[in-house]
Ligand binder design. Structure first.
Ligand code: NOJ
Ligand code: CA
Length: 549
């Protein structure tokens, strides 16, 4: 298997609004990140992925961009950005930026031009259609609003927006649009950045003729949200191919496509060797399980993806990001066994095949925030969902209960640095409330405690640098049917590792697979020792073990 730095990397996601504020305005910024580089280096991070930090009206926290080649003033200056990039490189770390080109902000000059008249040269930069009998051109729903169409009086037409109405979709059929995208990419790559995380990149190709969705209406107004129809459309790979030829092939960079509704079959079209249009993709089949999550399904999906991709294309692993709740609250136990279950999850994240992505605060085992009122939420998505739920007859309490399970704001609360006011995030008023648990869960405390979640992540990150088996080792699963344990080996040449974890808070046992004969030598685990007797491994609640054999 071909070796690349991005396969060996551990990617740390910085949601900068919540990372570190330096000037007391309550919003994280570039200087804040610069002041925390020692922290990132100590943790052992090799690549940073920075959420969109371009000028933006911030309707969707930076995913609505009004200037692709600038820096948001609340984030800092281009000069500070250049410093960040060179400081990271000086420390041997790399930087990946968010490329958000399915849509722009409605304040972007292209859209301002586009909406001004039907014969404006920028008209075709976006997707404009006439209405049908006073109604939108089709029944598409958007992620954040009932209809994916917004009527514009000036020209008596509708424009398409798969997200908020302030995020009009670009028309990728127009070659000029694609050239603009390539230009933006080159601008950042020529500065020396190391790649892109590509926002909803498999939505850029719209289905021929924009047909109605056949799904039953998902909103009161009769619109259907149909990602199946929006994603992975024929012709998408042509756009990727062009992007590779025109831009990506000329740089040593990585790309990770954020791809909704992607199956292994689609993923292989995007990441498959030898073409390797993208380095890897994020799939959502695990996080999308939501209320239907079971460890059996988690294991089946990991099996399906690894079997399909291994040797043919590279995978990614993540348990959370800025759009998902905190992983320890979802998959672990954020009460009694918070630390143990967070370490168990970290073990899976770093030893299952693919490049691991760590979301800020995950390395502390940060958990969901007990929001008690809709006013405490910031996310446009939460507000939309709340209104929809009320419109459909749920009580405010019921709607809040749903948001409290899934809201994107759980991940977006400020980073918990120490036990001082506002968790050391800001001296001002934080833009989003701080999780009240910060006095107990914070970086300062955990860096001093050798048994902390933080030090466990640090150990995993260090192991990945020293042991290629963790990256390139063959993956073989044992006990696939069991829902209470996850057991597999990674093997490469004469390095052979067993990973065994307890997926529950109840003790259990595993008989060592035949392949694992001889003695086990503990590499890392969330208990101080191994409990092995006569070939039977006892796993304490949420125990995770990595052992060489
Ligand atoms: C996915 C991003 O991760 C999310 O935060 C954003 O709202 C949508 N794409 C729209 O850009
Ligand atoms: Ca600030």
């Amino acid at each position: 298997m071909e070796r690349f730095w991005w396969k060996e990397a551990v990617i740390y996601q910085i949601y900068w609004r919540s990372f570190q504020d330096s000037n007391g305005d309550g919003v994280g910024d570039l200087k804040g990140i610069l002041s925390r580089l020692d922290y990132l280096e100590k943790l052992g991070v090799t690549v940073i992925w920075l959420n969109p930090c371009y000028p933006s009206p911030q309707v969707d926290n930076g995913y609505d961009i009004s200037d692709y080649c600038g820096i948001a003033p609340e984030f800092g200056t281009m000069e500070e950005f250049d410093t960040l990039l060179s400081e990271l490189h000086a420390r041997g770390m790399k930087l990946v930026m968010d490329l958000v080109v399915n849509h722009t902000s409605d304040q972007h000059p292209w859209f301002v031009q586009s909406r001004s008249s039907k014969d404006n040269p920028y008209r075709d930069y976006y997707i404009w259609r006439k209405g049908k009998d006073g109604a939108p051109p089709n029944n598409w729903g958007s992620h954040f609003t009932p209809s994916a169409w917004e009527y514009d009086e000036a020209t008596d037409e509708y424009y398409l927006h798969l997200f908020a109405k302030e995020q009009p979709d670009l028309n990728w059929e127009n070659p000029k649009v694609r050239r603009e995208v390539h230009k933006i990419m080159r601008f950042w790559l020529d500065k020396g950045i190391d790649g892109f995380r590509m926002d909803v990149i498999n939505l850029v190709k719209k289905p021929e003729g924009l047909p109605d969705s056949k799904l039953p209406p998902s909103t009161k107004e009769g619109f259907s949200f149909d990602n199946e129809l929006y994603a992975n459309n024929p012709g998408l790979v042509e756009f990727f191919r062009e992007m590779k030829e025109e831009v990506l092939s000329r740089y040593d960079v990585m790309t990770v496509g954020e791809t909704a509704r992607v199956t292994p079959e689609y993923a292989l079209q995007y990441v498959g060797e030898p073409e390797r249009l993208l380095s890897m993709v994020f799939h959502f089949q695990i996080v999308d399980l939501r209320d239907n999550f079971t460890w059996g399904k988690f294991k089946a999906l990991q099996r399906k993806w690894t079997n399909a991709l291994w040797g043919k294309g590279w995978a990614s692993q993540f348990l959370q990001n800025h759009d998902q709740p905190r992983c320890v609250s979802v998959y672990g136990d954020d009460g009694k066994y918070r630390e143990k279950s967070a370490k168990m999850l970290a073990t899976l994240l770093h030893t299952l095949p693919g490049t691991p992505y760590v979301y800020q605060g995950e390395e502390l085992g940060m958990c969901n925030t007990p929001f008690t009122d809709i006013s405490q939420y910031n996310d446009i998505n939460a507000k939309f969902d709340y209104d929809e739920m009320l419109a459909k007859g749920k009580s405010p309490e019921q709607a809040l209960a749903v948001l409290n399970r899934y809201s994107r704001d759980h991940s977006r609360t400020p980073m918990q640095w120490d036990e001082s006011a506002n968790a050391g995030f800001t001296t001002g008023k934080p833009w989003l409330m701080v999780n009240p648990k910060y006095t107990e869960i914070n970086a300062a405390r955990q860096m001093q405690d050798e048994n902390s979640v933080w030090n466990y992540y640090r150990a995993l990150l260090a192991l990945r640098k020293e042991h290629p088996v963790m990256v390139y080792g063959e993956w073989t699963e044992y006990e696939p049917e069991r829902e209470d344990v996850y057991v597999y080996t990674r093997t490469l040449d004469d390095e052979r590792w067993l990973v065994a974890v307890n997926l529950t808070g109840t003790p259990t046992q595993v008989t060592l697979p035949g392949a694992v004969n001889g003695t086990l030598k503990r590499v890392l685990g969330n208990e101080a020792d191994l409990s092995l007797k006569d070939g039977v491994l006892t796993l304490r609640p949420w125990e995770a073990v990595i052992a060489a054999f």
